[in-house]
Design a protein around this ligand. Structure first.
Ligand SMILES: C[S@@+](CC[C@H](N)C(=O)[O-])C[C@H]1O[C@@H](n2cnc3c(N)ncnc32)[C@H](O)[C@@H]1O
Length: 195
């Protein structure tokens, strides 16, 4: 995958808080995204950091990992957070991370968010690998929230095949998707059912 051009960065990084606040409202009204003070949140491709900082302010989760593949974007986010909060809060962790190869353990997060980044992962097979990674790091019952304009149907289908319940709202170009990872059925529960 290639880094964004300077022109793309200029365009993307000048976004204000409006679209992120609208996304947070959609999450809140969905009834399926529950972020509390014990939640662990991961943002992929977070760019300047606006979305993570708003989630942090609104919900005060246990921890937010704000990540991006491009170190320039991570540096930009660092400046943004320092300007906004005076310093980077201990429970808002800024890291360089490639969404296709996450270094987090299995079942690490309650919520993963990715706004306009899946198409950056490459061809469809690369996007599928990224979705498999997201599935791996999400806890059972966790939610994956994303906004995307490319390969919309294929991405939803892959998530459904992974066992997610997929809720989506079509927009003019992009769609907002809230995908809930199915809870695992324990062996004990299966056994009880069989009896
Ligand atoms: C279109 S911007 C979106 C930024 C932000 N999410 C927003 O909505 O404004 C895409 C972001 O994804 C990042 N990115 C590209 N490839 C990535 C990857 N493989 N892993 C993580 N981030 C990636 C880019 O550096 C960029 O910051």
């Amino acid at each position: 995958m290639a880094k964004m051009s300077p022109w793309e960065k200029f365009f993307v990084n000048r976004r204000g808080e409006g679209s992120f606040n609208r996304l947070i409202s959609k999450m809140a009204y969905s009834g399926v995204v529950r972020i509390g003070n014990s939640s662990r949140v991961l943002e992929l491709g977070g760019g300047k950091g606006t979305f993570s900082s708003l989630l942090y302010e609104r919900y005060h989760p246990k921890i937010v990992f704000l990540t991006d593949y491009d170190q320039d974007q991570v540096n930009l986010a660092r400046n943004y957070l320092v300007n906004k909060f005076g310093k980077i809060p201990d429970d808002l962790v800024l890291q360089q991370a490639d969404a296709s190869h996450l270094k987090y353990e299995d079942d690490s997060f309650d919520v993963v968010v990715a706004r306009m980044i899946l198409h950056h992962l490459g061809e469809l097979k690369d996007i599928y690998s990224g979705l498999d990674e997201i599935n791996r790091v999400l806890l059972p019952g966790g939610v994956f929230v994303y906004v995307e304009f490319a390969h919309k149907r294929e991405i939803r289908k892959h998530l459904a095949e992974l066992g997610f319940n997929v809720h989506f709202r079509k927009g003019l170009h992009s769609e907002t998707v809230i995908a809930v990872k199915r809870e695992q059925i324990s062996v004990e529960a299966k056994t009880n059912k069989a009896i």
